[in-house]
Design a binder for this molecule. Sequence first.
Ligand SMILES: Cc1cc2nc3c(=O)[nH]c(=O)nc-3n(C[C@H](O)[C@H](O)[C@H](O)COP(=O)(O)OP(=O)(O)OC[C@H]3O[C@@H](n4cnc5c(N)ncnc54)[C@H](O)[C@@H]3O)c2cc1C
Length: 371
Amino acid sequence: MKQEHYDYLIVGSGLSGATMARLLMDAGKSVLVIEKRGHVGGNIYTQDVSGIPVHVYGPHIFHTDDERAWKFFNDYADVYPFVNSPLAYYKGNYYHMPFNMNTFHELWGVSTAEEAKAKIAEEVAKENIGEPRNLEEQALSMVGRSIYETLIKGYTEKQWGRHATELPASIIKRLPLRFEYNNNYFNDRFQGMPRGGFTPWIENLLSGAEVILNVDYLTDKAKWDAIADEIIYTGRLDEYFGFKLGHLEWRSLRFEVEELKQKDYQSNPVVNYTDREPAYTRITEHKHFDPELDDLPTTVITKEYPDAFEEGKVPYYTINDEKNAKLAEDYKALAAQDAKVHFLGRLANYRYFDMDDTLMAAFALAEKLLK
Ligand SMILES: Cc1cc2nc3c(=O)[nH]c(=O)nc-3n(C[C@H](O)[C@H](O)[C@H](O)COP(=O)(O)OP(=O)(O)OC[C@H]3O[C@@H](n4cnc5c(N)ncnc54)[C@H](O)[C@@H]3O)c2cc1C
C-alpha cells in the first residue's frame, strides 16, 4: 500500500467501484480499490483477442435516457454511435427484434400496423385465457401463439431451466410490441459503444487510483476495515454477512469462446436462439459491435448458456421472487445499521442494474458522502 490510511476503501473494481473511485478522487479524497478478480471492470470487462474487444461476461451496450450518465460515459470513453438490433433464429429462419413490423412481416407476411394488430388480436382471442396462471398463459394472453412459440417459449425455458408452464406469470410483466419498422432494441435517447471495449473506460475511471487485484476483502476484513475511514462495498450482500440469514439465489451463465479463422460468422453482433435446441440462448460475434473491425482477418464468437448457480460461479441474474426479495430486505436492514459501510451496485443491492442505473446510484452515493 502506498499510504497507511485512506479516506475510502472501495471493494470491487466494477463499474460501481470505478465510478465511485473517480468521483471521490475528483473531490480530493484518497481511495484504495481492492478487487478479488485478476482484472478490473467486473462484469463489463472486455478482453482484447487479436484486436477484438471480447465481452467476457456477456455482451454489453451502453444506453440511457439520463443526460448526466451519458455525459459521464462520453467524458471517460471514446464513444461511437451504435444501435443494438439483435436477431432471433428459430427453425432455419431469422426474425428481427424487438417485436416490430419487420418481425410481424417475417411471421405472417403482413405489411401494415393495422394488419399486424388484427392478427395478434385474433391469436390472443383464440387462446381465450382469463387470469393467466403461469408464464406461458401470460405470454399467450398478451401476444398470441405465433410470437410466443417462435420467439419466447424456448428462449425463456432455457434461460430459467424450467418449463414455461412452471414459471410464474409475473416474470413477464410487459411484452412491448412496436407497430413500426424499427429494429432499435432500446427506447432510450442515447446509445453508444466505447471504442476498444469497456475496459479502457474503466481504466480511465480508475486512473490515478491505487488498485490491488486478487484480494478478497472478506478473507481479511478486519485488516481492510482498519485501513480507511469509510468503505464502499460492491460485493454480494449475503456474503458480507457470512450468509447468516441464508443464501440469496442467483442464475448463472456459462460461455464458450472460439476464435475463428474467418472474417465473418453471423454478420450481426448478437443472434438469439429461441428454440429449445441448441442449449445456448445466444451467440455474440464481438467484432460486429464496431464496424471499424470488419476487415480483421479473424472473428471471435461466444455461445452463452444459462446455468444453475452454485458457489464459485459468477452470480449474474437475481431471482425475482418473494422469498429472495424478503431475504434481501432483511439483509438490507442489517446493512443500514453500519454507518461506516456503504453498499453499492448490483451485488450489494441484489438487483439487476443497467450500466446507467449503476452510474446514477454511484452519483447519488457520492453526493451524499461529499455533502
Ligand atoms: C449478461 C449481462 C448482460 C448485461 N448487458 C448490459 C447491457 O447491455 N447494458 C447495460 O447497461 N447493462 C448491462 N448489464 C448490467 C451490467 O453488467 C451492470 O450494470 C454492471 O456490471 C454493474 O457493475 P457493478 O460494479 O455493480 O457489479 P460487478 O460488475 O459485478 O462488479 C463487482 C466487482 O466487485 C468484485 N468483488 C465482489 N466481492 C468482492 C470481495 N469480497 N473482495 C474484492 N472484490 C470483490 C467483483 O469481483 C467484481 O469485479 C448486463 C448484465 C448481465 C448479467
